[in-house]
Design a protein around this ligand. Structure first.
Ligand code: GDP
Ligand code: MG
Length: 597
């Protein structure tokens, strides 16, 4: 296809504003897919994505559109994930296209993720076409929302397209706007091959599939290509496009988006953002690279049944092959045995991986408290990245500790503003900005990531009855008065319950944890002290009193079979516990104890 007849675009929106529905409509109205193959939310392929209604991996589709000018255009849509955890995937797919449809629900208006995503599009120099969706609903107020887009985002919304993705209104207008208002890609067919590696994933039939955007030159089957970052050379096996099913074609030219396979062994051998060129007579300078997505949240995953450790290893290795942003290493915990310390892009990413292990591999998991990466500066000048509070060095050898902070943007109706400010304050937030767009307030807070990873979303949703929207960006590290808090059960430290806390909050957190554990740990034959401590100094304490009598004493030594049964029952009950010293701690205690209410 010649460049003038190509348009590449993405759709950006806040979750639930109708991005997937609109994408389906665009595909359907151009007969890209036969009617009988059309199922809802074509682009959201994984089960979890469908159930949760979110898009995780970016997906792509190529649409042929016969425009009103009588010409046929090739439209390449790259769908991007809407959730904050996957902001990095959004930014990289944005670099592969020239324009964006900005979908805003006309009954709701601009939300936190609308802003975050549209700023990424602006950063990528996109032409942006605003689309006001859900005009079929009585609460739709296009004039107000168009004005809000101009006020808050600062782009012209006077010719925003009015659409109902659900009932199919405005779809033709949207397709025309893509052709008329978005720029055609640029590129030189006769130049050496220069292609961007946009994404890659593992396909059970094809092996590693690489999504590419051609900048210059032509990519063909049989060609020997070179990945410029790794210098690895591969012969190209297949070249194709997504309609949205993978369809082989002869070649991909400048401006085009498609896939290749090239007997690449694992997803990790492909570096997202890398430049692909030919082995011989290739380009010298690569495209400006992406910065790799780094895991920011870590937690331990342990099998409930320790006999399933090898199955868990297998599951984690398979998932990691397909997800380069997920990291893992083996971990042993005195309390939980063998498991893995895993790194994630955020909490949703963590939940998705955990769900997939439980569901697709049928392994019950214990998840330890999520932790962020702390920078530990030692007195001897060494710097350590701490992923696991259990590994914290002796405090007397530590000079200072830095923690990661985020810039959080929260949009919320007026009446809940007070609750939101209080929540952020409680989480050690520093208010940076507070503005109004109509009756909605936009607050910007500088918050420690550590205070957000555990249950911030849940709390925010509950204090605002679901009306707030939230988005964040990593901001950098800052020194604070942080300490490791240990929990001792029967005078033995339990490593899986160690957490990093701010010194000023330590007593409150410690007390809450001891109280919770007292309820979660069953009584034993002896008295059990439960303590929270900082470097040997106890800051909170509860005592679990002893059971008064030996349970078997009830049997009066008389009935031997009854006594045996009772002991067996006790033993079976113990299986769901982990023995720690002389104390049995139930599995659920490891997570429940860390929840902050
Ligand atoms: P996404 O999260 O942006 O991908 O949003 P979806 O496309 O999944 O849509 C979220 C919800 O809004 C779904 O229940 C859709 O059926 C509904 N929806 C999408 N577009 C429209 C529309 O134009 N009108 C109405 N009434 N509902 C819509
Ligand atoms: Mg969606």
């Amino acid at each position: 296809t010649d460049l003038a007849h190509i348009r590449n675009f993405s759709i950006v929106a806040h979750i639930d504003h109708g991005k997937s529905t609109l994408a389906d409509r665009l595909i359907q109205s151009t007969n890209t897919v036969a009617e009988r193959d059309m199922k809802e939310q074509l682009l959201d392929s994984m089960d979890i994505e469908r159930e949760r209604g979110i898009t995780i991996k970016a997906n792509t589709v190529r649409i042929d559109y016969l425009a009103q000018d009588g010409e046929t255009y090739v439209l390449n849509l790259i769908d991007t994930p809407g959730h904050v955890d996957f902001a990095y995937e959004v930014s990289r797919s944005m670099r592969a296209v020239e324009g964006s449809l900005l979908v805003v629900d006309s009954t709701q208006g601009v939300e936190a993720q609308t802003l975050a995503n549209v700023y990424q599009a602006i950063d990528a120099d996109h032409e942006i076409v605003p689309v006001l969706n859900k005009i079929d609903l009585p609460a739709s107020d296009c004039d107000r929302v168009a004005e809000q887009i101009e006020d808050v985002i600062g782009i012209d919304a006077s010719d925003a397209i009015r659409v109902s993705a659900k009932s199919g209104i405005g779809i033709e207008d949207t397709l025309e706007a893509i052709v008329k208002r978005l720029p055609a890609p640029k590129g030189d067919r006769d130049a050496p091959l220069k292609a961007m590696l946009v994404d890659s994933w593992y396909d059970a039939y094809l092996g590693v599939v690489v999504l590419v955007r051609i900048m210059d030159g032509v990519l063909k089957k049989g060609q020997r290509i070179k990945m410029m970052q790794t210098n690895a050379v591969y012969p190209v096996d297949r070249v194709g496009v997504f309609r949205p099913a993978m369809t082989a074609i002869d070649e991909l030219g400048p401006g085009e988006i498609g896939f290749i396979t090239a007997s690449i062994k694992q997803v990790r051998d492909t570096k997202v953002g890398d430049t692909i060129t030919t082995d011989k007579k290739g380009v010298e300078t690569p495209l400006p690279g992406f910065k790799p997505s780094q895991p920011v949240v870590f937690c331990g995953l342990f099998p409930v049944d320790s006999a399933e450790f090898e199955d868990l290893r297998d599951a984690i290795e398979k998932l990691a092959l397909n997800d380069a942003s997920f990291s893992y290493e083996m971990e042993t915990s005195a309390a939980l045995g063998f498991g893995f310390r895993c790194g994630f892009l955020g909490l949703l990413h963590l939940e998705v991986i955990r769900d997939r292990i439980e569901r697709e591999y049928d392994i019950d998991l214990i998840t330890t408290a999520p932790s962020v990466i702390y920078h530990i500066f030692m007195r001897d000048g060494e710097k350590i990245d701490l992923h696991n509070p259990a590994d914290m060095p002796d405090p007397s050898t530590v000079d200072h500790i830095e923690e990661p902070r985020i810039k959080a943007t929260i949009m919320v109706p007026d009446e809940y503003l007070g609750d939101v400010l209080k929540l952020c304050q409680d989480r050690r937030g520093i208010q940076e900005d507070l503005t109004y767009a109509g009756s909605r307030a936009m607050v910007v807070y500088d918050l420690p990531l550590n205070e957000v990873v555990f249950d911030f979303y849940d709390r925010l949703k509950s204090v605002t009855k679901g009306y707030a929207s939230f988005d964040y960006q990593m901001k950098g590290y800052r020194t604070d008065n942080l300490v490791k808090m240990q929990v001792l059960v029967n005078d033995e430290p339990v490593d899986a319950l160690s957490t990093m806390v701010h010194r000023d909050r330590a007593e409150t957190r410690g007390r809450a944890m001891c109280e919770k554990l007292k309820d979660l740990i069953p009584r034993h034959m002896f008295k059990i002290p439960i303590q929270a401590a900082i470097g040997g100094k106890v800051i909170a304490r509860e005592t679990l009193s002893a059971l008064r009598k030996d349970v078997t004493a009830k049997c009066y030594g008389g009935d031997a079979t009854r006594k045996k049964k009772l002991l067996e029952k006790q033993k079976a009950g113990k299986k769901k516990m982990r023995q720690f010293g002389k104390v049995d701690i139930p599995q659920e205690a490891f997570i429940s104890a860390l929840k902050m209410d």
